[in-house]
Design a protein around this ligand. Structure first.
Ligand SMILES: [Mn+2]
Length: 322
């Protein structure tokens, strides 16, 4: 699909809603907020939503304000744009707005995306939805023939780029990722500040949770698979919640012998499973065996049932990818 369709749809729409995903990360929030401020500058009636009670404010330090609503609107929007959303369930309760909208667009980089919107702009090679969103906004800007992308918009995109590329570390990082980062830098982004807030400001209780994960990590298959479980009790003991689990799986993946890591987190109604792998192994396929998905080297799924049976199943599935 061509970028011009997104421009045309935005140009014609008078009311637009942006939907970010549940368990929001820097990429979905960065892309959503960049679009939000961009559309505001185009004088559009725009609102942004996220079905979450925690983590919704993680990029608020950039603008100094909270503009994301966690209550769906009953309005019928001309256009709803879902960002960084690979499956409809990732919209949570916000899907009601998506289902009723006159037009829908999804902007995403998940290879597993089934193209659930009317218009699907999906670039699986992109490091992040923010990388894609920059190119879209630049195109729209060129159509209006004026400068729209300012430091505020650029900073949100940079935050998402940094989050999903693991600060330019993950194999998904390409020359395009660095090109976009360079363009955003030129727009005045305080790159040091964004890195510091996103990667360095670790609350002490997250360190306590990290400690739990490290001590509970077990290695299998000559250390090629690493796996740990975070239980509700672990959250209670460390005064943490789901929002503190981001990035924890990397500690397992960072172990020198580990090629595939699995982090199982007890969540409402079951378990949230995350997978990571070294560049050449595919864990998108592993997550796919359980109805999940994501990227080649970072994916996830949900399972419910007996934890020991779940661990056995996951181990068996991971072995098929080795
Ligand atoms: Mn993403």
């Amino acid at each position: 699909m061509d970028k011009s369709i997104i421009y045309n749809k935005i140009d014609k729409a008078s009311s637009i809603a942006l939907i970010t995903h549940v368990n929001p990360d820097g990429d979905t929030l960065g892309a959503g907020l960049a679009l939000y401020y961009f559309l505001k500058k185009l004088q559009k009636k725009v609102s942004i939503y996220c079905d979450a009670t925690t983590g919704i404010d993680r990029l608020d330090f950039i603008s100094g304000e909270s503009v994301i609503s966690n209550i769906p609107s009953s309005e019928i929007f001309d256009l709803v744009i879902a960002v960084d959303i690979a499956e409809t369930y990732r919209m949570g309760s916000m899907s009601v707005m998506f289902d009723k909208a006159l037009d829908t667009i999804v902007i995403d980089h998940h290879i597993s995306n089934p193209c659930f919107a009317k218009y699907n702009y999906i670039i699986p090679e992109a490091s992040s939805t923010c990388e894609i969103t920059f190119d879209i906004l630049e195109y729209i800007e060129s159509q209006y023939d004026k400068d729209i992308i300012d430091t505020l918009i650029a900073s949100h995109l940079y935050a998402g780029l940094l989050t999903d590329s693991g600060a330019f570390y993950y194999p998904s990082t390409t020359a395009d990722t660095h090109r976009v980062a360079g363009e955003l830098h030129k727009l005045g982004v305080n790159t040091n500040k964004i890195y510091t807030v996103l990667f360095k400001n670790v609350p002490f209780n997250k360190y306590l949770l990290k400690n739990v994960v490290m001590s509970k990590t077990r290695l299998y298959d000559d250390g090629r698979i690493g796996m740990a479980v975070i239980t509700r009790q672990d959250f209670e003991d460390t005064s943490t919640d789901m929002s503190h689990t981001e990035g924890l799986i990397n500690m397992i993946q960072d172990i020198d012998t580990v090629q595939i890591s699995i982090l199982i987190t007890q969540a409402e109604g079951g378990y949230k499973i995350s997978f990571r792998s070294v560049a050449e192994l595919d864990v998108n396929a592993v997550a796919g065996m359980f109805g999940g998905g994501g990227h080649k080297n970072a994916s996830g799924c949900r399972l419910s049932g007996n934890i020991y049976e779940i661990m056995d199943k996951l181990l068996y599935a991971a072995r098929t990818a080795l």
